[in-house]
Design a binder for this molecule. Sequence first.
Ligand SMILES: Nc1nc2c(ncn2[C@@H]2O[C@H](COP(=O)(O)OP(=O)(O)OP(=O)(O)O)[C@@H](O)[C@H]2O)c(=O)[nH]1
Ligand SMILES: [Mg+2]
Length: 368
Amino acid sequence: MAAASLSQLSFLSNPSPRSLFVPSLRPTTPFRRIHGDGSRFRCSAGQTGFFTRLGRLLKEKAKSDVEKVFSGFSKTRDNLAVIDELLLYWNLAETDRVLDELEEALLVSDFGPRITIKIVDSLRDDILAGKLKSGSEIKEALKKNVLELLKGKGSKTDLQLGFRKPAVIMIVGVNGGGKTTSLGKLAFRLKNEGAKILMAAGDTFRAAASDQLEIWADRTGCEIVVAEKENAKASSVLSQAVKRGKEGGFDIVLCDTSGRLHTNYSLMEELIACKKAVAKVIPGAPNEILQVLDGTTGLNMLPQAREFNDVVGITGLILTKLDGSARGGCVVSVVDELGIPVKFVGVGEGLEDLQPFDPEAFVDAIFS
Ligand SMILES: Nc1nc2c(ncn2[C@@H]2O[C@H](COP(=O)(O)OP(=O)(O)OP(=O)(O)O)[C@@H](O)[C@H]2O)c(=O)[nH]1
Ligand SMILES: [Mg+2]
């Protein structure tokens, strides 16, 4: 093992000496550092391919969490259950009526008109060509169509964290979509896989926003950097946090940001400033800019996602609140329309309710 990594190991085995953060740094910096319980993480420093391994572990976890995915999508599944009834009594003479109703069921679940027509037309062609001869074959073809779409257009579902530490993940989106909650849940997951996480309270608009993130830091045992004074610039909080992440041997810095309407020009500009500030500290960062989209808004999320993508370049999506929504089809529409992969889905408010997105598990969950 290289000398550098050995020294990191010894640092990590004596985690978080308080003197590293306070009070000596206080006078020179406007930021306050709050300690979570830094004593529980496993050491990961100096391992080649750590981020690749992390991505893979999360993926494997997605497969083993199928139960959770299934319960999260129960309302979508109820909505789509009508397809089973339709196909149970399907016969060739009734193909048009059955496909019309199937089309309706997909639209109600927010598959979106474009993708719905594509799927139904493809099924019709295969039925007329004699390739699909029973209800169950049609159902399998339907699942296959959806899966191919998800895999073709949104295949990079695992986190791409590069190779330089710390990796930086920015969470962005409109107000109330679930950014802070998703960040907390993501921290929990990554920390459980052995990563050393630093949170950055980049939502400087509301005092309550950093309090909310501090609660997540406590809950997950992560450290956090918050602005010490009011009206601090989000970009400087993020910049300080990433510097701290670098100095402190953190694996990943998770940056929260304020909710903003995609139509608000100056707030979108601020997001660009945040991105630049982070890149100034670590070239190539942020590694991921994840946009949180509220699943209950259905297809209204599409213009939001387009605008954020145009302004800062979205690398992945987190679709939240799919537990409360019967509109799980929006996952498919978003991938089809934007070609941006869904990386996580939020299926509840608890710590474990952020699931890495696995296309197979998703398709099984909604069409079971
Ligand atoms: N049911 C459910 N609720 C969620 C999910 N994700 C977030 N929420 C809830 O949605 C509400 C808003 O979540 P926040 O994390 O504060 O959203 P935000 O995007 O950070 O909001 P702003 O910072 O105000 O823009 C909270 O009540 C969360 O508990 C989810 O996957 N399922
Ligand atoms: Mg928030």
